[in-house]
Ligand binder design. Structure first.
Ligand code: PLP
Length: 345
C-alpha cells in the first residue's frame, strides 16, 4: 500500500531536475561572498518580495530569529498572535537568544486585529516592559493556512508606523497567500521591515529560507546568521534547489489549494468530523473530531489513519491537520478520501 503523506508540506523530496541542478551548481565559499548560486538566489528572492536584499538561511526558524534579534531589543515585548509559529514552534528562541518576551493576542482565525494590536502596545511607564516590535504570520499555520488581505496588513503596518515599531512578516507560506488572493508576494510584503519566506515548504526545496529586507538590515543579518551558527560554505549545492523552488514553486501552489479544498469538502461530509470548508483558503486543512469518531481523540484517529495508509498530524486533543503539497497528486487525494471514509464508516 502506498502511503499518502499529508503531515506537512515539508515532506516533499527533490525531483530529478532539482537533484541535477544541485549536482551541477556553481559554488564557492559563501562566507567569503564567493558562492554565485547563493548570490543569485538572494537576488531573485529579494526581487520576488520587492525588497532590496535577501539572505539565504538554513531554516525558517533562523530567518525569523535573526529578524527578531535585529528588530527587537532585550527586555522588550513582541506583539504577535497567540498561536504564532514564533511562540509555539521555535523553542523559546526569541527569549533565549534575544531576550524578548512575546505579548500574545488570541486572534480569530490567527489574524491579528489592528485595534487589538494597538491596545497591546505598552504605555510608557517605568514598571512596564517596552513594546519593541510587531509580528505577523501569513499564511497562518496553526489557524489552518488563513490569509491576511492587504487592507488588514495595511492597518497593522499603520499601527507600527504611528508607534515607531518595526514589523516582521513570518511569510513561511507567503506565496500560498499570494496565490490564494491572486496578487504578488511583493504586494503582501510591502511595508514590512523584514520578511521570511520558506523554500522548503510548498515551494519544494529540501532546505532553506530567505530573510528579506533593506540592504543595511541584510548586511547586519549576515553577521547574526554567523553568530547563530548559520554561516555556510559551498552552499550553492542547496541554493540551486532553492532557486528552482523559487522560480517554479509558486505556479504549482494553486493545485495544492484545489486539493486542500477537495479534502475539506469530503471531510465536511464525513460523520464524526467537523470543518467549515469555506475557511480553507490555502494548503492547510485543520478539522475537529466529535466523540463518535475515535472517542474524539486526535491521537487515536491519526494512529488509525496511519494504519489505513494516510499520514496526518495531531494539532491538539481533538484537532487534526492535513497539508497538501507537490508530492501528493489529485489522484492520491481521492485515495486518501476513500481510506478516510472507510475508517469513519
Ligand atoms: C515552517 C514554518 C516556519 C519555519 O520553520 P523551519 O522548520 O524552521 O523551516 C516559520 N513559520 C511558519 C509559520 C512555519 O510554518
Amino acid at each position: 500500500m502506498e502511503i499518502v503523506d499529508l503531515r506537512s508540506d515539508t515532506v516533499t523530496k527533490p525531483d530529478a531536475e532539482m537533484r541535477r541542478a544541485m549536482a551541477e551548481a556553481e559554488v564557492g565559499d559563501d562566507l567569503f561572498g564567493e558562492d554565485p548560486t547563493a548570490r543569485r538566489l538572494e537576488e531573485e528572492g529579494a526581487a520576488a518580495l520587492g525588497m532590496e536584499a535577501a539572505l539565504f538561511c538554513p531554516s525558517g526558524t533562523m530567518g525569523n530569529e535573526i529578524a527578531l534579534h535585529l528588530l527587537g531589543r532585550p527586555g522588550g515585548e513582541v506583539v504577535c498572535d497567540a498561536e504564532s509559529h514564533i511562540v509555539w514552534y521555535e523553542g523559546s528562541a526569541m527569549t533565549a537568544l534575544s531576550g524578548l518576551l512575546p505579548r500574545t493576542l488570541p486572534s480569530p482565525r490567527g489574524l491579528l486585529d489592528p485595534a487589538a494590536v494597538e491596545a497591546a502596545i505598552a504605555p510608557d511607564a517605568v514598571y512596564r516592559a517596552r513594546t519593541v516590535m510587531l509580528e505577523v504570520e501569513n499564511t497562518h499555520n496553526m489557524a489552518g493556512g488563513t490569509v491576511y488581505d492587504r487592507p488588514r496588513l495595511e492597518a497593522i503596518l499603520d499601527v507600527g508606523r504611528r508607534h515607531g515599531l518595526p514589523v516582521h512578516l513570518d511569510g513561511a507560506r507567503l506565496f500560498n497567500a499570494a496565490v490564494a488572493l491572486g496578487v504578488s508576494a511583493a504586494s503582501l510584503a510591502a511595508g514590512f521591515d523584514s520578511a521570511m519566506v520558506s523554500l522548503s515548504k510548498g515551494l519544494g526545496a529540501p532546505i532553506g529560507s530567505l530573510l528579506c529586507g533593506g540592504r543595511d538590515f541584510i548586511h547586519e543579518a549576515r553577521r547574526v546568521r554567523k553568530m547563530f551558527g548559520g554561516g555556510m560554505r559551498q552552499v550553492g549545492i542547496i541554493a540551486a534547489a532553492g532557486l528552482l523552488a523559487l522560480r517554479d514553486g509558486p505556479a504549482r501552489l494553486a493545485g495544492d489549494h484545489e486539493n486542500a479544498a477537495r479534502l475539506a469538502r469530503a471531510l465536511a461530509e464525513t460523520p464524526g468530523i467537523e470543518i467549515d470548508p469555506a475557511t480553507v483558503q490555502t494548503n492547510i486543512v485543520i478539522f475537529s473530531l466529535t466523540p463518535e469518531l475515535c472517542g474524539g481523540s486526535a491521537a487515536a484517529f491519526v494512529e488509525r489513519l496511519k494504519e489505513a495508509g494516510v499520514l496526518a498530524m495531531t494539532v491538539s486533543g481533538n484537532r487534526v491537520r492535513f497539508v497538501t503539497h507537490r508530492d501528493v497528486s489529485a489522484g492520491r487525494i481521492e485515495q486518501a478520501i476513500e481510506r478516510l471514509r472507510r475508517l469513519a464508516a
